[in-house]
Design a protein around this ligand. Structure first.
Ligand SMILES: O=P(O)(O)OC[C@H]1O[C@](O)(COP(=O)(O)O)[C@@H](O)[C@@H]1O
Ligand SMILES: [Mg+2]
Ligand SMILES: [Mg+2]
Length: 349
């Protein structure tokens, strides 16, 4: 009989990897696991419960909030507040960061940034959606948290993960020592280790991008899309186009099969659409830990300076060789205008 390993058992076991660990991060991951199960329960019966459709409110991104966005946000914030291991929460659905000044949390060590429900446009149509989370250590010693605690670069993350509410529900996370995936077994209500030590193939034949915005893409991206569509058996092209409209679902698929996901700048989103702190950075940490690569077309996502809570970024992420090819196209056809080469350009004239 094959023994199962639950998320809780795995977390405790891996705690040994961190000699000075006191269990705070383990308990924090446990709390996120519990909230994920509660959200999963509502997602699964969304059509029956009054949880589909719009909540009638707009978030700071100017996006209409779905009822499930609001519900998921409440569940994660409640779990993080009652768990006591997190002193600040940054959420896509809250304009400002939430400092948890309760007795058990106010001096807690960790900061959590979260996209409670990713792929909101797919909620009402039963296409895979997700949750994305990123965990940092606070910078300030204790007491009220500061912007310095929340505006940290991706390289500062101590853990990151996502939950995908799809044909099955999975939680995938890293603490910087590889990536592991757990599938929820509803019959025992436990996430069980199903995908140990996940690795993304160096190459793939899947590209994921919303080609509806093609006319507004940088030339480098247009060239890369053309590159994907060329007939060339030797390089298994044309690649296959797969795009669900849920970043978590697209990245999860590409992580398992190999592939590239691109959300570049467009006329509609001149700084990109996806948010650096709770979408790009956690997914970049996971994909890099699985052997892949993540950039904004020029720079490593995890090294980008973070200056705003809901800062956006262009993102090209996935199989290493595919991202390198896309970066090559960007460098060639959409060279980055940096202060340095702008002065160079001006001096030529
Ligand atoms: O509809 P578009 O412009 O292709 O955007 C789809 C992208 O937007 C998102 O839905 C944004 O995330 P949220 O749903 O959390 O706001 C991503 O999951 C997805 O990749
Ligand atoms: Mg999202
Ligand atoms: Mg969201």
């Amino acid at each position: 009989m094959q023994s199962i390993k639950t998320l809780g058992q795995f977390i405790i076991e891996k705690q040994a990897d961190f000699p000075y660990a006191k269990g705070e991060l383990s308990r924090l991951l446990r709390d996120i696991g519990i909230a994920s199960k509660i959200v999963n329960r509502e997602v699964n019966k969304a059509g029956l419960a009054d949880i589909l459709g719009d909540a009638g409110s707009i978030n700071i991104q100017g996006e209409g909030q779905k009822k499930l966005d609001v519900y998921a946000n409440e569940q994660f914030i409640t779990a993080l507040k009652s768990g006591g291991e997190c002193c600040v929460v940054v959420s896509e659905e809250n304009d400002e960061y939430i400092y948890i000044d309760s007795e058990i949390s106010k001096n807690a060590k960790y900061v959590v940034a979260i996209d409670p429900l990713d792929g909101s446009s797919n909620i009402d149509v039963n296409v895979g959606v997700g949750t994305v989370f990123s965990i940092f250590r606070r910078k300030s010693k204790s007491g009220a948290a500061t912007m310095e605690d929340v505006l940290q670069r991706g390289v500062e993350q101590v853990a990151a993960g996502y939950v995908i509410y799809g044909s099955s529900t999975m939680l995938v996370y890293t603490t910087g020592k590889g990536v592991n995936g757990f599938t929820l077994d509803p019959s025992i209500g436990e996430f069980c280790l199903s995908h140990p030590d996940m690795k993304i193939p160096k190459d793939g034949v899947i590209y994921s991008i919303n080609e509806g915005y093609y006319a507004h893409f940088p030339d480098g991206i247009k060239k890369y899309i053309k590159f994907c569509q060329v007939e060339d058996e030797k390089t298994s092209r044309p690649y296959t186009s797969r795009y669900t409209g849920s970043m978590v679902a697209d990245l999860h698929r590409n992580m398992i099969k190999g592939g590239i996901f691109l959300y570049p700048i467009t006329a509609k989103s001149p700084k990109g659409k996806l948010r650096l702190i709770y979408e790009c950075n956690p997914m970049a940490f996971i994909i890099e830990q699985a052997g892949g690569k993540a950039s904004d077309g020029y720079n490593r996502i995890l090294e980008l300076e973070v200056t705003e809570l809901h800062q956006r970024s262009a993102i090209i992420i996935g199989s290493e060789n595919m991202v390198l090819k896309a970066e090559e196209m960007m460098a060639c056809f959409s060279p980055q205008v940096t202060k340095k080469n702008f002065e160079g350009l001006v001096s030529i004239q």
